[in-house]
Design a protein around this ligand. Structure first.
Ligand code: KG4
Ligand code: ZN
Length: 332
């Protein structure tokens, strides 16, 4: 079954062709980072307009790279939410119209489920059940996953998402937007023990997170000692990153023990973080847990994960209806 995936929930317009929810034939991502960079964050109105310009060429490119015409498609899967409503509407309307025109089924996919299922596009996917840490710019949560669409949330952030904390710290340090990759690179040159940060929620039972305090701590340091902090940026980045990574790793491993799982998954934009990948893999080795993290191109927003998740929705008999709408928030 050949599925075209379309993703436009935030600032990436993406399309992909995936066979049977497993085999990736193409994945195209058109990023708007350059446009939003100078505003220090995503400007929703600009994002929607850019999606309108990009969606058709991106879909064409995905089909061409996969070596197929649209008539070969069996279904279309598209992100329905959560995300920016104006952005979502562009991909969603396009997908609906395309599927209607081709007279094939289509299905709206939850973006967060897409992230979690992205790992099934890799060669060695986990068997069920497993625990998954989803850390992105908009969400940070831990899930117990017992089937492709049987996903139960165990805990989540009470305030900022992990990626959001990276982005805000980068902004405070004058490093631009988005901040994840820049802080990741900078942290590797610094010493995480020179400027220690409190590990938020590490001592609390349960699986919730909180990242706004640590972001504010960096903000206060920079306000108090701007010169000192600018000259010690690498150590600030390293200290901040170490605290975030330690909490994410600890909670994921705690969930794995609680649910008696043998497999753990890390997904979402922050899963691209080198220190997080290393830390979770090491914890997995120590605790006899197999760790699965998608390749870098599948961590950030992409449409392959939407096509993969859509395949399983369709297998369950779910179908989009013409009067369905997008949603900005959803309690997965
Ligand atoms: O999943 P994603 O592409 O979009 C959302 O659904 O939010 O995640 C984007 C987030 C941004 O906050 C970005 O700064 C963060 O992922 N990110 C990283 C890294 N690469 C991207 N955070 C830490 N380290 C990275 N290497
Ligand atoms: Zn995402």
């Amino acid at each position: 079954m050949l599925i075209l995936g379309i993703e436009s929930s935030c600032d990436e317009t993406a399309a992909a062709v995936v066979e049977d929810g497993r085999r990736l034939l193409s994945s195209v991502v058109a990023s708007q980072v350059d446009i939003h960079h100078r505003f220090g964050g995503v400007v929703p109105e600009l994002a929607s307009r850019k999606h309108i310009e990009a969606v058709s060429p991106v879909v064409q490119e995905a089909l061409a790279t996969a070596g197929i015409t649209r008539e070969a498609l069996d279904a279309v899967a598209v992100t329905q939410g959560p995300g920016l409503v104006g952005s979502l509407l562009v991909g969603y309307s396009f997908a609906k119209a395309l599927a209607f025109g081709l007279d094939i089924p289509w299905v709206g996919v939850n973006h967060l489920e897409g992230h979690i299922l992205s790992v099934f596009l890799e060669d060695d996917p986990p068997p069920f059940p497993f625990c998954a840490l989803l850390a992105s710019g908009g969400h940070t949560a831990i899930y117990h996953v017992t089937g492709y669409t049987a996903i139960e949330r165990m805990g989540q952030t009470r305030d900022d998402a992990a990626g959001e904390a990276y982005d805000k710290v980068a902004k405070v340090l004058g490093l631009g937007y988005p901040g994840g990759k820049v802080i990741d690179d900078l942290a590797h040159q610094g010493d995480p023990s020179r400027i220690p940060f409190k590990r938020p929620f590490l001592d609390r039972n349960g699986f919730d997170f909180s990242f706004s305090g640590i972001k504010s701590a960096v903000h206060r340091m920079v306000q108090k000692q701007p010169e000192e902090m600018t000259s010690r940026m690498k150590d600030v980045a390293a200290g901040f990153q170490e605290a975030v990574v330690e909490v994410l790793t600890f909670k994921l491993m705690h969930a794995v023990r609680e649910k008696n799982c043998r497999h753990a998954v890390v997904a979402g934009g922050v899963a691209a973080n080198r220190r997080l990948r290393e830390s979770v893999r090491q914890a997995g080795r120590e605790q006899g847990v197999a760790v699965h993290i998608p390749g870098l191109e599948l961590c950030g927003d992409n449409a392959a994960m939407i096509a993969a998740a859509g395949y399983h929705y369709l297998q369950e008999g779910r179908r989009g209806k013409l009067d369905d709408d997008v949603y900005s928030r959803v309690p997965l």
